[in-house]
Design a protein around this ligand. Structure first.
Ligand SMILES: Nc1ncnc2c1ncn2[C@@H]1O[C@H](COP(=O)(O)OP(=O)(O)O)[C@@H](O)[C@H]1O
Ligand SMILES: [Mg+2]
Length: 262
């Protein structure tokens, strides 16, 4: 089966239509549309200042677009808060890391689960309810599994503040995937990583999409990485989508070559 027919076959998870976002006189996103399908990685590339991060902020609900619609799993979430979108299974990482430097690696990841609420709150903790204890055990198991998946078991007790950039990026990824997201938005996840870490990240992404049926929207400057791991690729320039297709089609596209790849 060609990658094109695979792309057409799977269900749309995220549908972004004609999104517009402005900062004063600058139109950072100018009517961009994109579809991310369940179980696939969709690469989003484009030069610096193209509007990629702003587009993410609109999808995640951090910025309210001035035009357009955003559907997640068929629900119109355009006017929903980032918290509600997160409850629907949307997770993101940031171009700059957002971990808690004064906490251990393990606690950083644990907090990302607890943020959803474990049920029973503080009273539940005090009473030591059986359901609460079971949930606590499940939570610890999930954290353990994700630490292993992200190669962080060895660092679990280290303070996040003392980690290298590559390690911090892995903590951020672990926080984003610890409770099985439906849709994961990654903003330049390979930046600051060493070659072997990029390789490992690629394996994690393939697994998330292929095995866990998660949709991934991947902003990335590392073109070989995008082309290798994406089922489809969109290209943004000055807030507009100038191309969309399979990695092979994008590599051959003349407009993309001129604007970006040359
Ligand atoms: N908070 C902001 N205030 C004003 N202008 C912004 C802000 N964020 C981004 N921009 C502008 O919007 C455009 C798109 O930026 P951005 O989304 O960061 O692009 P990319 O992530 O593709 O590099 C740029 O011209 C940038 O200067
Ligand atoms: Mg950016």
């Amino acid at each position: 089966m060609s990658s094109q027919s695979t792309v057409v076959g799977s269900a749309p998870l995220l549908e972004v239509r004609d999104v517009i976002q402005r900062f004063g006189g600058i139109t950072a996103v100018d009517g961009a549309s994109i579809t991310v399908r369940a179980g696939t990685v969709h690469g989003l590339i484009g030069p610096n200042g193209a509007g990629k991060t702003t587009f993410f902020d609109c999808i995640a609900g951090i910025r309210r677009p001035v035009g357009g619609t955003i559907l997640l799993d068929g629900h119109d979430v355009t006017n929903e808060s980032s918290v509600r979108r997160a409850r629907r299974g949307l997770r993101r990482t940031f171009q700059r890391q957002q971990v808690f430097g004064w906490l251990s690696v393990e606690d950083n990841v644990l907090l990302a689960v607890e943020w959803h609420g474990g049920g029973g709150g503080m009273i539940g903790d005090l009473l030591g309810l059986p359901s609460r204890r079971r949930r606590e055990r499940e939570r610890r198991e999930r954290v353990e599994a994700v630490l292993e998946r992200c190669g962080l078991l060895r660092l679990r007790n280290e303070l996040a503040g003392g980690l290298s950039i590559g390690e911090l990026r892995r903590v951020e990824l672990a926080r984003a995937i610890v409770d099985s997201p439906r849709l994961l938005l990654l903003d330049e996840p390979t930046s600051g990583l060493e070659d072997h870490e990029i390789e490992e990240l690629g394996e994690i992404l393939d697994q998330l999409a292929g095995t866990d049926d998660c949709g991934v929207l991947l902003i990335e400057h590392h073109i070989p990485f995008v082309m290798r791991h994406s089922a489809e690729v969109s290209v943004l320039e000055l807030g507009r989508l100038i191309a969309h297709g399979t990695p092979e089609e994008i590599m051959r596209n003349e407009a993309v070559q001129d604007a970006y790849l040359s």
